[in-house]
Design a protein around this ligand. Structure first.
Ligand code: TYM
Length: 312
């Protein structure tokens, strides 16, 4: 069986971009692979310095996945910080790549341009992500389009290590749903926790409505493009054509139609999510992190030997 791994940063409430980009595709395919689902809590530390919020977000990411239908008994759900081998491996990769190479990262440049602090953790981010993936001999990584370059970084880290120390890491492939690509936020740019332009996946009905009503509309075209680009993930083109024709010029009515479609999708999942307790999440993460650690530790023993720090 092929191995699949993906991760989400616990840096804020998940949004409908995360849902269509990765939660939904993951939920549809994870049980046909040996699947690992990681809460990237150390990645979140690059931007979040509120311990209570980070703790809460970790619970929330797992609840969100379980609410969309992921069964913990059919995959390994774990916490990045609880498998110390990830940060250890990231250090070794950081010693193999150059600063100019990391400077090419779109995600880094983008985040700094948006006002995030350019701390060294943010800069080294792709090497921690490479460690996340490569430690498990991962074959495929389902992600949104915005993570494509991170997969290139991971392959490059694998190749650099293999060249220096001998064949050790498998080069993973990204699995990106072309039709989804990037879900735009309320301002028309990529929907992102760090840009404050999200529609929360598990917000209350009022929170979702408020976010949709704030979508920036531009009256120059035939239809409110920013609304449409989100809406097309919920309905077929022909259904949307009818709705958008009937409500031509009434952006409020079109936004209300989008709110109703989001609510239809989210309501049953919200109910399921409310039934998942923190204790259940603790149990799932403990069990998953123990299993992940077992695999990563074996790989790391081999790596330490190859690098020359192991004296046995
Ligand atoms: P993160 O937490 O930013 O996003 C999680 C996943 O959601 C997808 N996504 C989107 N897809 C479509 N449209 C959007 N607007 C949108 N916003 C986010 C992302 O592509 C991603 O798949 N670096 C990763 C987390 C990570 C990881 C890993 C992923 C850490 N280690 C190992 C895979 C494997 C990230 O920041 O994702």
């Amino acid at each position: 069986m092929q191995r699949l791994l993906t991760g989400l940063q616990s840096s804020g409430a998940l949004h409908i971009g995360n849902y269509f980009g990765v939660l939904k595709p993951f939920a549809e395919m994870y049980d046909t692979y040996e699947s690992y689902l990681m809460v990237a809590d150390y990645h979140a530390v690059t931007s979040l310095r509120d311990p209570a919020a980070l703790r809460q977000n970790i619970f929330n990411v797992v609840k969100d996945y379980m609410a969309v239908g992921v069964e913990p008994s059919k995959c390994i759900i774990f916490q990045q910080s609880q498998v110390h081998e990830h940060t250890e491996m990231a250090w070794i990769f950081e010693c193999l790549v150059t600063v100019p190479f990391l400077e090419l990262s779109h995600a880094y440049k983008d985040k700094v341009a948006k006002g995030l602090e350019a701390n060294a953790g943010l800069f080294n981010y792709p090497m921690l992500m490479a460690a996340d993936i490569l430690l498990y001999d991962t074959d495929v990584v389902p992600v949104g389009e915005d993570q494509r370059q991170h997969l290139e970084y991971a392959r490059e880290a694998a190749a650099k290590f293999n060249n220096a120390y001998g064949e050790t890491f498998k080069e993973p492939k990204e699995l990106i749903n072309k039709q989804i690509a990037i879900i735009p936020g309320t301002d028309g740019k990529k929907m992102s926790k760090s840009y404050g332009n999200t529609i929360p996946l598990f917000g209350s009905k009022d929170e979702i409505a408020k976010a949709v009503m704030s979508i920036v509309t531009d009256s120059s075209g035939q239809r409110p493009e920013n609304v449409y680009q989100i809406h097309k993930n919920f309905r077929s083109e022909s259904e949307l054509a009818t709705i958008y024709e009937a409500n031509k010029g009434s952006y409020k009515a079109l936004k209300e139609a989008l709110i109703a479609d989001i609510e239809n999708l989210v309501a049953p999942m919200r109910e399921k999510r409310n039934s998942i307790t923190d204790d259940e999440v603790r149990r799932v993460l403990k069990e998953g992190s123990d299993k992940a650690r077992e695999y990563a530790a074996k790989k790391m023993t081999d790596v330490r030997q190859k690098v020359g720090v192991s004296l046995i």
